[in-house]
Design a protein around this ligand. Structure first.
Ligand code: C2O
Length: 570
């Protein structure tokens, strides 16, 4: 196997990768509640390195580490990112010209489109790996376990997701601007959270345009995007007239409800919204983190929705990955729509921080001092820390808002189940069927009730929320995976409980990832804040248990242990 990304000269992605190696990523040791990650060691070059294979050596380190400069905030005009579906012809032409020039650069140029796409691939397709350091055993002596095999490093599925992608498109945007001599050039954002933007923006559809990508699901390019998407279901043709007249169909309503869930109902607190700490010290097959709702909901839905199931490539892991380009993270950066999609993900983060009380996210230096290296437009490698990118104004851009945020008002109000059909006296859950046996292998079409899951009836500490925790969900990282969770609904009707209904408590979603060893499964923790759900369905006061209903949407997921409900900070 080659230690490279996407047919690109290996040196070209090196700056980006070396950056991680030398950055302040930590291993974390804190063990309280659901936080089981060890804290302490920094990942240094030693721990994160490219693994050679066969006759293909890894790239050598940069000729001089001193060529990397530290990030300084930009000067120059503010870049105004506009909704892609409302972009005027001038902006579209400029973006086309810029991207044509970017595509025309030799692949070896770090500013080329091939290089840009390869950065994303390298960071999520297992090209770079980290070695968990050997820890001294308390009392001295050898570690109890043999050294673990190296793990693939990935910028997804943890609190690294949001800042890394902000940095990535920041430089992509600046490079494009410099290629057309416009230092105010701004990436258009794919405004999929507004009903009028819930389809692939026109600018990406012309096969003659550099903004086009042939690897997209042909049945989806003119349909409503489904933000809670996994697979299947008939595409609904996009109807701009109906949208203008606010004649919203179920797809739009579900999308708005999905966004309400992502941003508010389940996006409470940095851990839930931005994801859990990046952690390298867990058991062998445990994942390095858990995605927040910013990543796991609309973001993942759009990726899987746009990729073409029939287009496949071989990942660095040697396995076939389909749903190219957008539906496999290894190829996603090859579709120009990716960058506008991520501009909107970035905007969602900005709205959460600025308007929804999220503020800076974490105050943990482990996060704030994590750094990555990207080539800028000159091109010169620049080291950026997470703390450098928490304020978009300081990064010299802003988002133009053209429509009200309709999802803000989409708190679900409809009940799917009549009150008390599945609950007994006083609303407490009553077991109507034997409890399932764990480990529990999920099967599509077989909804499972976990009866009488106890909940804390006394208020937790200030700032704590009731959270439904699945501490070990095992799945195949090379496949898309999803199950939904609903509360106090009969299993026969649970499948119809989408984000529009009050009993919907959230989902676990995986987008296929590269870098796994064939046949390997991984285990993640899934946490769903259920405080609002309980309020809405009347699980309050001394109601001390609920029925948790699992609705499998794909095969291949095993839940190792029963869920619990705890009070904790999100
Ligand atoms: Cu790096 Cu949307 O993925």
């Amino acid at each position: 196997m080659l230690c490279r990304a996407g047919g690109l000269d290996r040196r070209d992605v090196l700056a980006g990768l070396t950056g991680v190696a030398a950055g302040g990523l930590n291993l974390a040791a804190e063990s309280s509640g659901t936080d089981v990650c060890l804290r302490g060691d920094k990942i240094m070059d030693l721990h994160l390195s490219c693994h050679p294979s066969g006759s293909s050596p890894c790239p050598s380190p940069p000729s001089s580490p001193f060529s990397i400069v530290n990030f300084t905030p930009p000067t120059g005009p503010v870049r105004v990112r506009q909704p892609a579906h409302l972009a005027d012809a001038g902006l579209v032409d400029k973006y086309k010209l810029a991207l044509a020039r970017m595509r025309a650069l030799p692949d070896s140029d770090p500013r080329s489109f091939a290089s840009q796409a390869a950065i994303h691939q390298a960071y999520c397709d297992g090209h770079y790996q980290y070695q968990v350091p050997i820890r001294p055993v308390p009392g001295g002596g050898m570690p109890p376990m043999p050294l673990q095999p190296p793990s693939a490093f990935d910028v997804h599925f943890s609190w690294i997701f949001a800042p890394w992608h902000r940095m990535y498109i920041y430089f992509y945007e600046r490079i494009l601007g410099s290629l057309v001599g416009d230092d105010a050039f701004a990436l258009p954002y794919w405004n999929w959270d507004a009903p009028s933007g819930m389809a692939l923006p026109e600018m990406f559809k012309d096969p003659a345009s550099p903004l086009y990508d042939a690897n997209r699901d042909p049945t989806h390019v003119d349909a409503y995007v489904v933000l809670d998407y996994i697979k299947g279901g008939d595409p609904v043709p996009f109807d701009p007239v109906a949208v203008q007249q606010h004649r919203y169909n179920q797809v739009v309503k579900d999308n708005l409800a999905t966004l309400y869930n992502q941003m508010i109902r389940q996006g409470r607190g940095a851990r839930c919204f931005l994801g859990e700490r990046f952690c390298t010290s867990l058991e062998v097959n445990q994942a390095s983190g858990t995605a927040g709702t910013l990543e796991s909901k609309a973001h993942t839905g759009v990726h899987i929705w746009l990729g073409d199931a029939s287009k496949c490539t071989t990942g660095y892991d040697g396995a076939q990955h389909c749903d190219n380009d957008m539906g496999f993270l290894g190829t996603a950066g090859r579709d120009p729509a990716f960058y506008s999609h991520h501009a909107n993900v970035d905007r969602m983060w900005h709205i959460w921080a600025d308007q929804l009380g999220g503020h800076r996210g974490f105050e943990d230096p482990e996060w704030l001092d994590t750094s990555f290296v990207f080539y800028d437009e000159t091109p010169r490698p620049v080291r950026v820390r997470v703390r450098d990118v928490l304020d978009v104004a300081a990064l010299g851009y802003r988002y133009e808002e053209r429509e009200p945020l309709q999802w803000l008002d989409c708190r679900p109000t409809s009940r799917r189940a009549p009150k008390d059909t599945t609950t007994g006296t006083g609303g407490a859950a009553r077991a109507r069927m034997p409890a399932p046996v764990f480990p529990l292998r999920l099967r599509v079409g077989r909804n499972v009730v976990v009866p009488c899951v106890r909940r804390p009836t006394r208020n937790g500490k200030k700032g704590e929320l009731q959270v439904l925790v699945f501490d070990a969900v095992e799945f195949d990282p090379c496949r898309d995976a999803k199950f939904d969770v609903v509360i106090n609904v009969a299993p026969e009707v649970a499948g119809g409980v989408t984000p529009q209904w009050v009993e919907y408590a959230g989902s676990f979603v995986n987008i296929q990832r590269g870098g796994a060893k064939p046949g390997e499964t991984i285990v993640v923790m899934v946490q769903l804040p259920v405080e609002d759900v309980f309020d809405d369905i009347g699980v309050v006061g001394d109601v001390d248990a609920v029925n948790v209903v699992l609705v499998p949407r794909t095969e291949g997921i095993t839940i190792l242990r029963p869920p619990t409900i705890v009070s904790q900070k999100c």
